[in-house]
Design a binder for this molecule. Structure first.
Ligand code: ZN
Length: 97
């Protein structure tokens, strides 16, 4: 069985219906150096950890939302709408870094 993603609007659906938007990262402050904006925009850290990620449900409701996933096991732990309180958005769980 393929990975199932729990969309907050549509409930559990196959991963093929979604677009992965990358891990949640802290946005640079306005006026930050160009290098910081380039890193924020293009660098995708490949952590082995529990992390919050952006996902887009392109196959149904066409909404962006957040998924908490353990990248070591590919287990999805939670999903919430943007703006909901999430704990440890940038550094949750263990990491091998
Ligand atoms: Zn949906």
């Amino acid at each position: 069985m393929s990975l199932m993603i729990p969309c907050p609007h549509c409930e559990r659906r196959p991963v093929g219906e979604f677009h992965f938007g990358g891990p949640v990262q802290e946005r640079p402050q306005p006026g930050a150096a160009t290098d910081q904006w380039i890193a924020y925009t293009y660098d995708q850290p490949n952590r082995r950890a529990v992390q919050w990620e952006w996902w887009f449900h392109r196959g149904a409701c066409r909404q962006w939302f957040l998924v908490q996933r353990d990248t070591r096991t590919n287990q999805v732990l939670d999903s919430v709408l943007p703006g909901a309180a999430i704990v440890g958005a940038s550094e949750s769980g263990a990491s091998d870094e």
